[in-house]
Design a protein around this ligand. Sequence first.
Ligand SMILES: CC(C)(COP(=O)(O)OP(=O)(O)OC[C@H]1O[C@@H](n2cnc3c(N)ncnc32)[C@H](O)[C@@H]1OP(=O)(O)O)[C@@H](O)C(=O)NCCC(=O)NCCS
Length: 216
Amino acid sequence: MTDFVADGPVAATAPGGVVPVVRRVRAEEWAEVRDVRLEMLRDPAAPMAFLDTYANAASQPDTYWQNRTTAAAAAQTVVQYVAEVPAGGRTGADAGTGTGGRTGSAEPPGRWVGSATGILEQPGSEDFEGQPVEVRQVHVVGVWLHPDHRGRGVIQRMIDAVVAWGVERGVERARLYVHADNARAQGAYRKAGFVPSGNTFIGSTGRELEMVRALR
Ligand SMILES: CC(C)(COP(=O)(O)OP(=O)(O)OC[C@H]1O[C@@H](n2cnc3c(N)ncnc32)[C@H](O)[C@@H]1OP(=O)(O)O)[C@@H](O)C(=O)NCCC(=O)NCCS
């Protein structure tokens, strides 16, 4: 397992001078997983960014979030990384030594300001949009960053963490779908090493572009 702490330069304009730590969710953090999901589903970009709606997510019982979080923390076929502003305003560089931010349950919880999820996909299957899977790959989904933390490389660190999780599981590439009108997300993904594959399709939220990052 690899966790990531903030190890890039501390942006001078980061809110409060704080750089979020990027780390995996833990099984007991279902309430935080729910809260960050509801926050991202309220983002103005949500209708073109996510397949779920705030109303649907808000109606789910606690068991839904508990099961989802347990699966993401077990890291067999799905993983979720979050960006966390540590309690007390420590910088990411202060928050850990490379083993993943908060390491003890005695530490107070920080504030989650971003999320990115990876799904392990096997060749011969179909993904959640009904698109064929041709190689063993990690599919990056549910990418969101709080507006206060955008433009500082945090999302690229989160995506790198998801991709590294896939690499540990022998994937040949990473892929993701991005709405044709979501220019900012496309720009962010290019900076994370993704290029358009040329594949497009009409998905649940409109015209989607496939972007890929070769890993071998
Ligand atoms: C998508 C998201 C995670 C990207 O994180 P971010 O920190 O904003 O991304 P970055 O600033 O690193 O990269 C965006 C790039 O696109 C550029 N960009 C911004 N708006 C743009 C636009 N309208 N057209 C073209 N490029 C644009 C930015 O300038 C930046 O490139 P630069 O650093 O070379 O200037 C974040 O904006 C977000 O959470 N958006 C709402 C949810 C969402 O759309 N999720 C993606 C679902 S597929």
